[in-house]
Design a protein around this ligand. Structure first.
Ligand SMILES: [Cu+2]
Length: 267
């Protein structure tokens, strides 16, 4: 009778364990569909994959730990007053449960580091550079015409400056399929340059030159904002990111080049 009961609890524990495993596997598979954004840049794609890797490892760890816990609770619950066999440590088990977390941390470190290096990679000379200045309480985006990326004119002079005001949020325009480096600067307090669809944000720190680069792979209009509480009107530090074709980008630069600077460029 007792053996039958024990077999029953054993089976129940295993059945619950595999049911939980199945539910969680389905949730991981559905992670994409459940609203985790995939981003609009090549780099964001890599970050999204990293997220799924972390999620998959977390699910396996969760199921293993909770499964072992539920199993032990049922299988070894108190049935009578006989003292169970006393065990003092198990070296093999201790080595296993120390090694597994170390391996997990190392794997996550290596994958994260590779992706981070890729994002903070120095742009090569052909890439477009945009200087991003955060100030209380808006953004200024500066394009150097001699550093306008593929098809740009390296001997051009002058700049295009897009400065946001409280009444008019600025538009940050970048071409699709080209690596764009953002150089972040601040002269007052710490801001944070954040476009949700980059799946990445970086602080804008006075006295420190932070930079990162992305290659947009989706046309469209996206929202950006300061993500660091920087003062009373922090909430006004919103901007629009517009990913356009190269032709539209050239037209944007031409339309915003100040006449005197264009004249200087012609001299
Ligand atoms: Cu701010």
């Amino acid at each position: 009778m007792r053996n039958a009961a024990r077999r029953w609890t054993f089976r129940t524990a295993f059945a619950s364990f595999f049911a939980l495993l199945a539910i969680l596997s389905v949730s991981v598979a559905a992670a994409d569909a459940s609203g985790q954004p995939t981003g609009i840049t090549e780099e964001a794609g890599k970050m999204h994959d990293l997220y799924l890797l972390v999620l998959a490892i977390a699910v396996v760890v969760f199921v293993a730990v909770e499964g072992a816990l539920v199993f032990a609770l049922i299988r070894y619950r108190k049935r009578d007053d006989i003292e169970p066999k006393q065990i003092h440590g198990n070296n093999v088990l201790e080595i296993i449960w120390t090694t597994i977390p170390v391996v997990i941390v190392l794997v996550l470190f290596v994958f994260s580091f590779v992706v981070l290096v890729d994002i903070e990679d120095d742009a090569d000379p052909l890439d477009l550079t945009v200087e991003v200045q955060g100030f209380q309480y808006q953004w200024a985006f500066t394009y150097n015409l001699n550093d306008a990326g593929k098809g740009g004119n390296a001997s051009a002079t002058g700049t295009v400056e897009i400065i946001g005001t409280a009444d008019k949020e600025p538009e940050l325009v970048i071409p699709i399929g080209e690596k764009v480096e953002f150089k972040l600067k601040s002269n007052d307090v710490i801001h944070s340059f954040y476009v949700r669809d980059f799946l990445y944000k970086l602080d804008v720190v006075p006295g420190r030159d932070n930079a990162f680069a992305v290659t947009a792979n989706e046309l469209g209009v996206f929202r950006g904002q300061c993500a660091e509480l920087c003062g009373l009107n922090h909430a006004l530090m919103r901007f629009t990111l517009k990913v356009v074709t190269r032709a539209e980008f050239d037209a944007f630069l031409a339309a915003n080049t100040k006449p005197e600077k264009a004249a200087a460029a012609g001299r």
